[in-house]
Design a protein around this ligand. Structure first.
Ligand SMILES: [Zn+2]
Ligand SMILES: [Zn+2]
Length: 338
């Protein structure tokens, strides 16, 4: 049997191991992708640290996967050998439960499939995915450009386009890291009056370069007050993982404004008075399904949105992972498989 190289986590909290495995065969309704690049997302910590008890080991992480379809199982339509393809967090759905029948595939009740978590992901030369979890990847994007758009890009793009904000509205993006630097670009290219909020004056030139009209240094001024002075935000897209930093923007929401939470903060304390006096809302957003990924990629090509990336060969996975954890990467870390 032909062999491939894969990076697995052997057990909960175990080290990454570069191992040789049999190249898997796609079953009915599945495709096999020859992986070209895979982003390292902060959520990969869930696999490495075993933060979800149901994870079975050894497990190959990775849910920002792009490559070429090189085999398809029976019954697969739409995708064929040679197609450029990508897989994100959403690892498939059943299609027949009540959530799926409503079109809420993300909330599938029978098949909570997550790429690189309930099945092996993209830190490998090949991976298997159900066809419904696969997105087409346009030729205009290089592999390394496309990979981070499969999770970081999808999450920010899909949250913004479902936030209710309309062209010309004031939209603030809180945080200028892996998610935030994409969020600012998407918001600006969608035609929102985009404000970036981060810590430190040194990030202002970058924020403006990415398309923000205004930068708020949350160390120098109160971000809620600063937003209110600008007329109030229709939406604050919170990409940070600090609940206090999120809460500090709430007073800057316009009437009917919304705090859209993307960062998995431990807790979030908000003032009910703020909520009811301005009829504000707090909402979370799930990244999205394959068609959302496809539309994220298409919009990125159309509008010129690109992730800034640091690239590592798969052999340097430890260095790459540490770089992601350090929070110092500018801005996404991507593994190359070939
Ligand atoms: Zn992710
Ligand atoms: Zn379902």
């Amino acid at each position: 049997m032909a062999k491939m190289r894969a990076i697995q986590v052997p057990y909960r909290k175990g080290p990454f191991e570069l191992v040789e495995r049999d190249i898997p065969e796609p079953g009915a309704g599945q495709v096999r992708i020859k992986v070209q690049a895979c982003g390292i997302c902060h959520s990969d910590v869930l696999v490495r640290e075993g933060l979800i008890p149901s994870i079975q080991y050894p497990r190959v992480p990775g849910h920002e996967v792009v490559g070429v379809v090189d085999a398809v199982g029976t019954g697969v339509r739409r995708f064929a050998v040679g197609h450029r393809a990508g897989v994100g967090w959403h690892g498939g759905h059943c299609g027949y439960c009540d959530s799926c029948r409503r079109g809420d595939f993300f909330a599938c009740e029978t098949a909570r499939l997550v790429t690189g978590l309930t099945s092996d992901g993209g830190y490998a030369e090949y991976m298997i995915a159900p066809a419904e979890a696969v997105a087409a990847v346009p030729a205009e994007l290089s592999w390394v450009e496309a990979a981070p758009l499969m999770c970081a890009g999808l999450t920010t793009f899909n949250a913004l386009r479902n936030s209710g904000a309309r062209g010309g509205d004031l939209v603030a993006v809180l945080g200028l890291g892996g998610l935030g630097h994409l969020g600012v670009q998407f918001a600006a290219k969608m035609g929102f009056r985009t404000v970036a909020i981060a810590r430190g004056q040194d990030k202002e030139p970058l924020a403006l370069q990415l398309g923000a009209r205004r930068y708020i240094d949350s160390q120098a001024e109160d971000p809620g007050l600063a937003l209110a002075k600008l007329g109030g935000a229709r939406v604050v897209l919170a990409t940070v993982t600090n609940g206090d930093a999120m809460a500090a923007t709430m007073s800057g929401l316009a009437p009917n404004g919304m705090l859209m939470v993307l960062g998995a903060a431990e807790s979030l304390r908000i003032s009910p008075v703020l909520l009811l006096s301005a009829r504000c809302a707090v909402k979370g957003w799930y990244s999205g399904t394959a068609v959302d990924s496809q539309e994220t990629l298409a919009f990125s090509v159309l509008a010129g949105v690109r992730s800034m990336n640091e690239e590592f060969p798969m052999e340097k996975v430890n260095e790459a992972y540490e770089r992601m954890l350090s929070g110092k990467a500018r801005f996404r870390v991507v593994l190359r498989m070939s």
